[in-house]
Ligand binder design. Sequence first.
Ligand code: P6P
Length: 354
Amino acid sequence: MISQKIRYLCLKHNYIVFEMEERNRTLGEFIIEHQNSFQYSTGELSRIINSIRLAAKVVNYKVNKAGLVDIVGAAGEQNIQGEDQQKLDVYANEVFIQTLINREIVCGIGSEENDDFITVAGSDNSHNNKYVVLMDPLDGSSNIDVNVSVGTIFSVFRRITPVGTPVTIEDFLQPGVNQVAAGYVIYGTSTMLVYTTGDGVNGFTLNPAIGTFYLSHPNMKYSEDGKIYSINEGNYVHFPQGVKDYIKYCQLEEGDRPYTSRYIGSLVSDFHRNMIKGGIYLYPTTSKTPNGKLRLLYECNPMAFIAEQAGGKASDGFGRIMEIQPTELHQRVPFFCGSKNMVEKAEEFMAKAK
Ligand code: P6P
């Protein structure tokens, strides 16, 4: 009798879940409804986000299978960062590059996994496409072997050199304020696509059974304040004095502190949790990484665009990330990102200690 009851409830639950999802808009429906808010021609946004959507599903399948097949573990090569390339890094990079090229929408691609940018002439070799995409195809890849969430981060700009000519480095070295879209995929307990086109931030959760992303987190917002600080305290002795002072401030028994320290070692995961719960992520300079560790073009700028669109803030400790004029493709910067008041408090300590 009991098993009948449980079976019935499970069936009912599935039905309710399925029925609920049917009521939630799909990513495709959402894009169509919001095309007019995209500052350029309507169809172009769809093609960019749709290629990301397809690639995310393909990579998600492989990431979820990683524990089962011998695809994790270093591919034996090193990328420009001098980091061992995990096979999934290489795989994810190829999938995103190919789906972007196939959609005939980008004229160039910059990736953490490629030393130089990729020129995309288009099937007619006309160089007529108008967008460049910068991406970290699989951020946090060192966590793959230990089954911790990883993510893809992407940033989209309109080219600034003449359409019809091969893309140049200038098209990639644009300040973050020029981004037309940015987002991330988080391959976690569920797979989500979170993105902005400058009109707020929305999160879509994949139903793997039918391969459809549903709007699950409309209009995502950072709370002005938070209780979580995310930083690798193993580097404490190498931090600037301002960061040391801020960490001590977070740990003080005063007012609404001490805060909670949460650090996954995967930017997308720490950022995503902090956006939902309130918090700050910090990757400052250290003696080992005098310019910080995170890359400006395909980690900090896209996450900064999302943070600001969600009412948060993103700084290098002194100024706005998105106003930095890039000088090279794989440039690193210090990164302080999250709830507005927490970032401003950290900047206060940095300014005092300067
Ligand atoms: P550490 C992953 O390599 C990454 O780029 C981010 O995703 C993550 O937040 C950070 O580096 C972790 O770096 O030095 O603390 O292991």
